[in-house]
Design a protein around this ligand. Structure first.
Ligand code: FAD
Ligand code: UDP
Length: 365
């Protein structure tokens, strides 16, 4: 008999397992995929840590979370400075003085503010209803057309006028020459990759790979006192109220016989006509000097049931549906729902760490 059956060996499940084991609890971890780590899984190719499910940069302003992760790996000094390629023109992201200078030749913050005001003039509204209105209100016409519209519409597979305004509010707008994509205090990439972190967390737990919990639910449930479920919540309830929607991505990874393909870890392709949203050159996350390089093109894709879910689509319809599942989840006495699929939320890794530690606390082992 196990104390906890943990469904999913991603970051959430692995932290839970680590903490429970530390308190002498017996854990069985089941994972559908053939490897641990969930979406933060990294694997070595040509001596380079490759992020198989998309670039993962750890960033947080929560010191407790940062120190927690520091137990499992040393983090390097990587700071995310993505650049945007729009029809061969290169712009710095997030939107900052470098971007404004390249677009309009402005040099001082005051000049930039004036230019942005002029750019936004025709689109002023106090209550933007959709992403297009929000973006035009934040950065005006040129930035919207060159750096946002195409990228966003291919990323989400919808017109910007049909998307919620919140998505774009995540991106900073700065009147400084600061290309750091994030505002957080702490940032870096774990030396040796994320998989090594997860392996440390799971050390001592029994892990069964290629095991789909939902296919053997009764049998597995009978083996543990409690269940920690990090898979999709609608699947747990056999889609009784309907399916939650996701946006998917597919990755095309290539080894190239050259040391430096694009000179940066992340290059976004912001025009609609290029079918991928970005190219990741993995070695630049760790300042690699190998003779070869590995790149991944990221293609946004429609999602249908049975495929890997990536981004929850938090529109009104899906949020209302999730609320119904959440009601059921609250009534469960021996099941804890966690992580980005279990709670149907866009969560960065630092959110997952904080939430997993909170759930651990609530268990009061
Ligand atoms: P997951 O990693 O999805 O783990 C859940 C696990 O459960 C999976 O391994 C799955 O196979 C397994 N599972 C599901 N159903 C079953 C079942 N029935 N039986 C057994 N196992 C099951 N965050 C950042 O902080 N920085 C970034 O730069 C960043 N970049 C991202 C880029 C992309 C493209 C994406 C999609 C996400 C990114 N994130 C980033 C978010 C990050 O990936 C998540 O916060 C984190 O991986 C979530 O961990 P989790 O344990 O909740 O979920
Ligand atoms: N975005 C954009 N142009 C860019 C990068 C991002 O318009 O070059 C928009 C896009 O709508 C995206 C949102 O900003 O969905 C959030 O971007 P972020 O990089 O935070 O998203 P992630 O790729 O991490 O999900």
């Amino acid at each position: 008999m196990y104390d906890y059956l943990i469904v999913g060996a991603g970051l959430f499940g692995s932290i839970f397992a680590y903490e429970a084991q530390k308190k002498g609890k017996r854990c069985l971890v089941v994972e559908k995929r053939g490897h641990v780590g969930g979406n933060i899984y990294t694997e070595e190719m040509e001596g380079i840590q490759v992020h198989r499910y998309g670039a993962h940069i750890f960033h947080t302003s929560n010191r407790e979370v940062w120190e927690y992760m520091g137990q499992f790996a040393e983090f390097n000094r990587y700071t995310n400075n993505p650049v945007a390629n729009y029809k061969g023109e290169i712009y710095n992201l997030p939107f900052n003085m470098n971007t404004f200078n390249k677009l309009w030749g402005v040099v001082t913050p005051r000049q930039a503010e004036e230019k942005l005001k002029e750019q936004m003039e025709a689109y002023r509204t106090d209550h933007p209803d959709n992403l297009e209105e929000q973006a035009l209100n934040l950065v005006g016409k040129d930035i919207y057309e060159k750096l946002i519209k195409g990228y966003t519409e291919k990323q989400w597979g919808r017109q910007a006028t049909e998307l919620p305004p919140e998505i774009i509010r995540r991106l900073p707008v700065r009147y400084t020459y600061d290309n750091n994509y994030f505002n957080d205090i702490y940032q870096g990439i774990p030396i040796g990759g994320y998989t090594a972190i997860i392996e440390k967390m799971l050390c001592g737990a029994e892990v069964r790979l290629q095991t789909d919990y939902l296919k053997q639910k009764q049998e597995l449930d009978a083996q543990a006192k409690k269940v920690v479920y990090t898979g999709p919540i609608d699947a747990y309830y056999e889609y009784k109220y309907g399916e939650l929607e996701y946006r998917s991505v597919s990755f095309e990874t290539e080894i190239l016989d050259e040391p430096n393909y694009q000179g940066n870890a992340v290059v976004n392709y912001t025009e609609y006509e290029v079918p991928y949203t970005r190219i990741i050159e993995h070695k630049h996350f760790e300042f690699g000097t190998q003779e070869k390089t590995v790149i991944s093109r990221e293609y946004p894709a429609a999602w249908k049931l049975g495929e890997e879910p990536y981004y929850p689509v938090n529109n009104d319809r899906n949020n209302a549906l999730y609320a119904k599942y959440e009601e059921l989840a609250k009534k469960e006495e021996r099941v804890i729902f966690g992580g980005r699929l279990g709670t149907y939320r866009y969560m960065d890794m630092h959110h997952v760490v904080a939430e997993a530690l909170q759930k651990v606390k609530e268990e009061n082992f």
